[in-house]
Design a protein around this ligand. Structure first.
Ligand code: NAP
Length: 270
């Protein structure tokens, strides 16, 4: 059986890709299409969703792509995704969205912005994982891909809520990996460092040595059955160093790095 057929039988016929219109999310949808899986792309902007869908369809004859324009920062965003995907056999959920383009101290951000991030990165994620994993488990197959980050391995001055939402993703994925293994559902949390995506490049500029979305998507899907975590090669040593560090030193060091990144002077891939 060709590799892509076995993959599609286990993780298809449909994937839902949250934040699927650009960056790492659209790369996931392209890679899933190469492996024979149709996608529902979810993002806020209809025009970029339509463009991403057109590109995937034209490069992958026979693959279907649907789009759902919805804001996962809102309290009813997840419900809209659930109703738009009713009746589809969803074998993969990629909860990709999560990057933070707004650097700044926690108390200086508007509460409305922070509350939206809590919905987008935690509440909507938990709701959709609960819904789709609940459908996968009785079928005895499927996959959850919950994007993580090196930022989840320490407090991050300037990105405090973002970093804590990534730690949430890691811990959620790890716990569910055990719970769902008994039900035939694979769980993976890909941990990546700086990656050249529109969100990050527009906010902070491009970074030499940053990863490429297509590589992240391909390698993460190659590792989907080897959870609970896949750490991208460029950041493996940085993750080990952060785990080993004294928390006070770690937070100070990360604060210096994030300040450099926010000023467009990033020195590395973390
Ligand atoms: N890029 C990096 O350097 C990096 C580093 C470490 C970890 N990661 C992780 O990788 C993941 C993907 O990052 P990314 O840089 O590709 O960009 P991202 O900004 O997390 O995702 C962009 C996608 O999400 C959609 N989106 C943004 N806000 C949304 C909302 N409120 N509701 C629905 N859709 C929304 C965007 O389209 P619309 O704007 O049209 O909604 C687009 O499709 C994130 O979880 C991030 O934490 C990234």
């Amino acid at each position: 059986m060709p590799h892509s057929t076995a993959f599609a039988e286990k993780y298809g016929p449909w994937a839902v890709v949250i934040g699927g219109s650009d960056g790492i999310g659209s790369a996931f949808a392209v890679e899933l299409a190469h492996r024979g899986i149709n996608s529902v792309l979810v993002a806020r902007t209809e025009s970029t969703l339509d463009q991403a869908a057109r590109e995937i369809r034209s490069g992958n004859p026979g693959i279907e792509v649907r789009t759902v324009a919805v804001d996962l920062s809102s309290a009813d965003g997840a419900r809209a995704v659930i109703s738009a995907t009713q009746g589809l056999d969803v074998g993969t959920l990629v909860y990709n969205v999560g990057s933070e383009p707004n650097y700044g101290n926690f108390i200086d951000h508007d509460w409305e912005m922070l509350e939206g991030r809590l919905h987008r990165n935690l509440v909507s994620k938990a709701r959709l994982v609960h819904h789709f994993a609940g459908l996968m488990a009785p079928r005895g197959r499927g996959a959850l891909v919950l994007m993580g980050s090196i930022a989840g391995f320490g407090g991050s001055p300037g990105f405090a809520l973002y970093a804590s939402s990534k730690a949430f993703s890691h811990a959620l994925g790890e716990g569910l990996w055990v719970e769902l293994a008994q039900r035939g559902v694979d769980v993976i949390t890909p941990v990546v460092g700086q990656t050249n995506t529109p969100t990050m490049v527009n906010a902070y500029g491009s970074v030499d040595g940053a990863a490429e979305p297509a590589d992240i998507a391909r390698e993460a899907l190659d590792q989907v059955g080897n959870g609970p975590m896949w750490i991208e090669g460029k950041v493996r040593q940085l993750v080990a160093d952060r785990i080993a560090m004294d928390p006070a030193q770690r937070a100070t060091m990360i604060g210096e790095r994030t300040a450099r990144m926010a000023s467009g002077n990033s020195m590395g891939v973390s």
